[in-house]
Design a protein around this ligand. Structure first.
Ligand SMILES: N[C@@H](CCC(=O)N[C@@H](CS)C(=O)NCC(=O)O)C(=O)O
Length: 316
């Protein structure tokens, strides 16, 4: 099997969602650490400008956004319990709840006690650079940087609901972990990782027991790989990953068309390439990757359809 590489950085909550899932699925994976903020020259050489963390690489195929990455991992692992057939809609809805909870977590990290820890970690100047980078991340999309009011409206009520649900069952949708659990875990992990604000997750005993159960899964069979090695692996690979479904031509676009793809929420930088495939769940385009003048060859980028737009290149 082509090796699986995760491009990520340690404190990244969306990366933790994937790391834990890789552990649960017992897949061997290469950990490629990337910078926490722009510029990320090795990473964007592969992604064509997509900047969000994480991305999953298999040879010359790069999967962007955890909504798609978790489904790629689910298929590789053959674990049908991750999206039980009778609960696919519930799993999807809870994944979206996890995304909202992540947004609600951000202002919590910037409350005075959380901010003090960030200053310890990054220094005042580092934190200022981090905030400027995230202001840029949240510009131009349909989701603006969340504020404290949003956070207070969403955080407590969501944790209360989850705690009540977990009083009846070990995992969010029953006896076994599903993708919903991994999607809801990481925003709580994000807050719990900051000792200044960790306490606000404490008053939910069932939720905390669930959190410990999931955290105990760990990251599984992880080994380190450098960004340069990830480039070598892409350049040396001689095959593509399979594409799902027939080409969906309902968007009046055809394979080979010059297109751009970008997220609609935040981190909306558009990636330019030739259209390869439109399936029910993914958009795939191909582009030539180069790094510091060296040709790495063609790479395919896969994005979820939901949350991304595809446009003819001429319209930009
Ligand atoms: N919808 C994206 C969200 C990913 C996301 O927001 N990741 C954060 C880090 S946890 C990010 O990209 N931050 C900016 C960066 O890493 O440059 C996904 O599910 O992958």
């Amino acid at each position: 099997m082509t090796s699986v590489l995760l491009h990520h950085f340690d404190p990244s909550p969306f990366s933790e969602k994937v790391r834990l899932l890789l552990g649960h699925c017992d897949l061997a994976w290469g950990s490629v650490r990337i910078p926490r903020m722009m510029p990320k020259p090795h990473f964007t050489a592969l992604t064509g400008g997509y900047r969000k963390t994480p991305a999953l690489q298999m040879g010359r195929d790069i999967y962007c956004d955890t909504a798609l990455i978790v489904r790629v991992i689910e298929r590789l692992s053959g674990k049908s319990t991750l999206v039980p057939p009778g609960q696919a809609a519930s799993v999807r809805a809870l994944e979206e709840m996890g995304d909202r909870l992540f947004l609600a977590a951000i202002p919590i990290l910037f409350r005075p006690e959380g901010r003090a820890v960030l200053v310890d970690q990054l220094g005042e100047e580092g934190l200022a650079r981090f905030q400027a980078d995230r202001a840029e991340l949240f510009s131009g999309g349909n989701v603006s940087r969340p504020d404290d009011q949003f956070s207070r409206a969403v955080w407590t009520s969501t944790l209360e609901m989850l705690d009540a649900q977990l009083a009846h069952q070990p995992f969010v949708l029953g006896e076994h972990p599903t993708l919903a659990d991994f999607s809801l875990y990481h925003p709580i992990w994000y807050v719990r990782n900051n000792p200044g604000v960790r306490g606000i997750t404490q008053d939910y005993p069932h939720l905390m027991a669930w959190f410990e159960r999931l955290g105990a899964i760990g990251h599984g069979r992880r080994h380190d790989a450098s960004e340069a090695q990830a480039h070598e692996i892409a350049a040396a690979c001689d095959h593509w990953q399979p594409l799902a479904d027939e080409f969906d031509d309902s968007l009046n676009m055809a394979p080979g068309d010059e297109v751009t793809v970008g997220a609609v929420d935040y981190g909306v930088d558009r990636v330019h390439g030739r259209l390869v495939h439109i399936s029910r769940e993914a958009l795939t385009l191909e582009r030539e990757a180069t790094f510091e003048g060296r040709v790495l060859g063609p790479v395919r980028l896969h994005f979820p359809r939901d949350g991304f737009t595809l446009s003819p290149a001429s319209s930009f």
